[in-house]
Design a protein around this ligand. Structure first.
Ligand code: TRP
Length: 349
């Protein structure tokens, strides 16, 4: 076996370490939103208890579309502060900025060598994102984005990758690349699994409750940003599009608007949908909206307070991110060394 010939470290999943979880959320807006919080960050925070966790801000991914450098820098800080405000605990998890760990880009190059052009061309997110301006106007970086994402995951030997449904295909590619490399060059990578969040944690746009809440939605009337004021957030909830009829009941098919509000309510209060249906059985849509508006308002208010306090001390944020990157690099450097060795690169001596 090739592995036996190599002096680089063996496949880590056989070493009995704690399972690893890894995820990232692009800093492509001035704030994350409620959908990110319930659909992703809450899971990340919960997973810290049982996994060795790596959470990062993919700034390298953010430059694959047109962007403004000063804005990216500020958004990266905001992203870090919001992840901390959401409960990512730097004492337990490595929280870091992707560009602080050069091994991501280094591994991406190696993986590019075993990725088929046709395989990369089949990524539906690239097709969607490039459809807007046409493929000729898209960057090569946007095209190779999934390969960098594979490197993000594989460089930490991650076992589990919590992502939304839209990222499933990228994790599938990651699995294929890991298996291909292992097969050709010897056991090197853990083959990761996507951890797709539960449908009930999924939050939809308040104005179009059939589309997921997304920062790239043209209007933010349907998106509660985590930096909204209590007033703004409450108003968005009260103005949410609701369905015909009057009954407050969870039914995604015929009542997407009310169902979305019930999901948010349940997520925010840790209550069940059933108990909310019972409580609101004799009430009107308006009651639900006013109550939920207040709850969401209070939530963004305290979330915003915590975020602002963190952003007021950049030196401390820098320290947290540096410690996260240092921890991340320990793991990433070990994987990259094994990859380079197995790839046949002469070690610099
Ligand atoms: N592509 C992911 C998204 O847009 C972000 C991301 C980059 C990511 N690298 C990752 C997610 C690695 C999980 C693991 O949401």
């Amino acid at each position: 076996m090739m592995q036996a010939m190599s002096d680089a470290s063996p496949h880590p999943s056989s070493t009995g370490r704690r399972e690893r979880v890894l995820s990232g959320a692009q800093p492509t807006a001035d704030s994350y939103h409620l959908g990110n919080y319930f659909g992703a960050f809450r899971q990340w925070v919960a997973l810290q208890d049982d996994f060795e966790a790596f959470y990062f801000i993919p700034d390298l991914h953010a430059i694959t579309v047109e962007y403004d450098p000063a804005q990216l820098r500020e958004r990266t800080y905001i992203a870090a502060a919001q992840l901390l405000a959401a409960g990512v605990d730097p004492a337990r998890s490595a929280l870091f900025v992707q560009s602080h760990v050069p091994e991501h880009a280094q591994l991406a190059w190696v993986l590019g060598g075993i990725t088929g052009f046709g395989e990369a061309s089949r990524m539906t997110q690239f097709k969607d994102k490039s459809a807007k301006g046409g493929q000729d106007a898209s960057s090569v970086g946007l095209f190779t984005y999934p390969i960098l994402m594979a490197a993000d995951i594989l460089v930490y030997q991650a076992d589990k990758v919590p992502v939304g449904e839209d990222q499933r295909q990228h994790v599938e590619l990651t699995r294929n690349l890991a298996q291909r490399f292992n097969h050709r060059f010897g056991e090197t990578f853990t083959v990761p699994q996507a951890h797709i969040v539960k449908a009930t944690a999924k939050i939809y746009d308040l104005q179009d409750p059939t589309a997921k809440m997304s920062g790239s939605n043209p209007s933010h009337a349907g998106v509660v940003d985590l930096d909204d004021t209590a007033k703004q957030a409450a108003k968005k909830i009260r103005s949410a599009m609701t369905d015909s009829g009057t009954e407050i009941r969870f039914d995604r098919e015929s009542k997407p608007g009310i169902s979305n509000l019930l999901s948010i309510y349940a997520a925010l209060t840790d209550r069940t949908i059933e108990s909310l249906e019972t409580e609101y059985a004799d009430k009107q849509y308006g009651h639900l909206k006013v109550d939920l508006g207040e709850l969401v308002g209070d939530f963004v208010q305290s979330f915003g307070d915590r975020t602002r306090a963190l952003l007021d001390d950049r030196a401390e944020l820098d320290r947290v991110l540096a410690a996260g990157a240092e921890r991340a690099r320990e793991v990433a450097a070990e994987t990259l060394a094994a990859v380079y060795d197995r790839s046949g690169f002469v070690a610099p001596r």
